[in-house]
Write a protein that binds this ligand. Structure first.
Ligand SMILES: Nc1ncnc2c1ncn2[C@@H]1O[C@H](COP(=O)(O)OP(=O)(O)O)[C@@H](O)[C@H]1O
Ligand SMILES: CC(=O)N[C@@H](CCC(=O)OP(=O)(O)O)C(=O)O
Length: 298
């Protein structure tokens, strides 16, 4: 067989490899938490949006929940304030809340614009709209960190309606409490709450690291499949720190509340979402129920 024919066959094989995954996720809800470097780098940003748009066009029901922590910190610095975090959560006073909402709103509409540009109808929606995300004040180990909210209720009906009308919802992690005050929500928390409420088939967290490491300083210790009980053990033994702590807790919560597949993916890898979903390889760290099957080869 000549070389050019082989090239075509290789391409066809990639498409055939995707077939069982296209069947499995057809009409299923997939929540993508989009944050980290993949939001700052323009090329990566475009690739993530292409991936999610492709998921939509092949018949899945993706929902994007975006962050923007790096951009918020940049603006907080610009106005002469110092960004501050406790356990991966931003300490949010009134001025920080105002900035955070401005920045997240801008990020939200930029993402809508990119998706629209690829021919898919997107709706950007904040957790405030239609009571999508109702929150209560959240504390960090008992410490008051200001206007930071814990999602206590998701109005899933809005998202079902948007999906039904074939829109791609893009959610901004800001919500209201019972007294209608504005709260900043960690985007991982928002994505987990939405995945639970929507009984998502998959929840994928795009982040800035390959996945969960036993020792973050040793790349050899990347864990490709992590059971819930092992994850608890790693946290108790102090192997998990910083922003990975709320992320892993959210993964566990999602798995324990019926989300079938939860993944932490390296958003720095071009098209990481497509590679994870459509190939036999599987990348990053998959979090698994204690009784669940290992993916082994995915
Ligand atoms: N055991 C671990 N494995 C992987 N990452 C870890 C671990 N412990 C701490 N981390 C840190 O957690 C970070 C991921 O959290 P974060 O930066 O908040 O992500 P994002 O901004 O995408 O939500 C990693 O970049 C890493 O520095
Ligand atoms: C309470 C809290 O920490 N809110 C986050 C919301 C944005 C976010 O989570 O962005 P990433 O996912 O990109 O980090 C913040 O203010 O940074």
């Amino acid at each position: 067989m000549d070389k050019s024919m082989q090239k075509y066959l290789d391409k066809a094989e990639v498409l055939i490899e995707a077939l069982p995954y296209i069947q499995r996720f057809n009409r299923k809800v997939i929540v993508v938490k989009y944050g980290g470097s993949a939001m700052v780098d323009e090329v990566l940003k475009e690739q993530v949006i292409q991936d999610v748009t492709l998921l939509k066009l092949v018949g899945f029901k993706p929902i994007i929940v975006h962050g923007g922590g790096k951009e918020i910190s940049r603006w907080v610095g610009k106005v002469g304030m110092e960004p501050s975090f406790v356990n991966g959560l931003r300490v949010t006073d009134e001025a920080t809340m105002e900035l955070a909402e401005m920045v997240l709103g801008k990020v939200n509409k930029e993402l809508v614009q990119l998706v629209q540009g690829l021919g898919v109808r997107a709706i950007g929606i904040s957790g405030k709209d239609g009571g999508l995300l109702k929150v209560r004040k959240k504390y960090a180990d008992g410490e008051d960190i200001g206007f930071v909210g814990d999602v206590k209720e998701v109005n899933a009906e809005i998202l079902y309606d948007l999906l039904e009308k074939d829109f791609l919802p893009i959610v901004c992690p800001v919500g209201l409490d019972d007294k209608f005050y504005t709260y900043n929500i960690n985007a991982d928390d928002a994505a987990c709450a939405i995945a639970r409420a929507m009984h998502a088939e998959k929840l994928a967290f795009l982040t800035d690291i390959e996945g969960v490491y036993k020792d973050p300083k040793d790349p050899e210790t990347l864990i490709s499949e992590l059971r819930v009980s092992e994850a608890h053990k790693l946290m108790e033994e102090g192997y998990i720190g910083g922003g990975m702590l709320p992320k892993l807790n959210n993964c566990i919560e999602a798995i324990e509340n019926g989300v079938s597949r939860v993944h932490i993916l390296d958003g720095r890898i071009p098209h990481c979402l497509l590679l994870e979903i459509f190939t036999n390889q599987g990348i990053g760290t998959a979090i698994l129920d204690d009784g669940g099957e290992m993916y082994s080869g995915k």
